[in-house]
Design a protein around this ligand. Structure first.
Ligand SMILES: O=C(O)CCC(=O)C(=O)O
Length: 267
């Protein structure tokens, strides 16, 4: 008798905490480099930026159009780049876009001034923010940043709309279809549509990526005002579940962390 393949992938919720309950000691011992955590409502959720005035102040924008209208990877094989013009921001904001767009840029002063980022990060016990590495991400509903990992500590502040993160521990790399360095960079995966299918069509997910049955990701749906911490080397896929505006604030591993990087990050 063939053994039935389980049609479910088990996943867990990311720990959610209030900023006032996350002391530096707790962050260090429980989360830093160990597991993701979301700090709920750290920024005011009523915040709404005037997108059109923001557009005038954006420097070095990259507006991407994905060849498959879904998966946005900053690489010519996957996306074309178009100039930011008056209509682009309005186009991104459409609820049912025919063509999805993803704008990535440095954080404009108007946004930086409206938020006291250093203060917010201080509330999360994160002090080593490098301003020049912060990026703004403005996406149409349904845009996906496919599964990958970063070499730095990652924080994402959700400002407008909602995003779903699916996050895997680096120890699960073998279940995650990593590229081999020839057909794609080793920090990227071939796997697609995890957040989209994990609840509604897990059988399709396991059909396409059967090794994932042995993985147990974390899933979190970010709301405006939330701040998510993702440790270095943890795989994550990000789906914009509405029009979305976020800021990423990465910071480097310290020298001790760099000496003990997990094996999958060694290449
Ligand atoms: O928000 C996204 O689409 C991607 C963000 C990301 O990859 C990150 O925070 O490291």
């Amino acid at each position: 008798m063939p053994v039935p393949i389980p049609a479910l992938i088990s996943y867990r919720a990311v720990d959610a905490v209030e900023a006032c309950n996350l002391s530096e000691a707790v962050f260090r011992s429980k989360y830093r480099s160990r597991k993701p955590v979301v700090i709920r409502s750290i920024a005011p959720s009523s915040l709404w930026f005037d997108i059109s005035s923001m557009a005038d102040t954006i420097q070095d924008p990259i507006v991407m159009v994905a060849h498959d209208n879904e998966n946005f990877i900053d690489n010519d094989d996957y996306v074309a780049k178009i100039p930011l013009c008056d209509t682009t921001c309005a186009d991104i904001s459409q609820l049912h876009p025919k063509q999805r767009l993803y704008l990535r840029s440095k954080v404009p002063d108007v946004v930086r001034k409206s938020l006291d980022i250093k203060h917010l990060m201080g509330m999360a016990n994160i002090s080593k923010v490098k301003d020049d590495l912060m990026r703004l991400w403005f996406s149409s509903p349904g845009c996906i940043t496919p599964l990958h990992y970063d070499r730095c500590h990652g924080t994402l502040l959700q400002l407008v709309g909602t995003k779903r993160f699916v996050i895997f521990d680096g120890e699960e790399t073998r279940q995650l279809y990593p590229c081999d360095g020839i057909n794609g960079p080793t920090h990227a995966s071939h796997a697609r549509h995890i957040g989209k299918n994990i609840d509604t069509n897990p059988a399709a997910l396991l059909h396409d990526w059967p090794k994932m049955k042995d993985a147990e990701p974390w899933v979190v749906d970010l709301q405006p005002g939330d701040l998510l911490y993702t440790p270095p080397g943890f795989w994550h896929e990000v789906t914009s579940t509405s029009v979305s505006l976020s800021i990423t604030i990465p910071w480097d591993m310290d020298s001790q962390e760099q000496q003990h990087i997990p094996p999958h990050m060694a290449f």
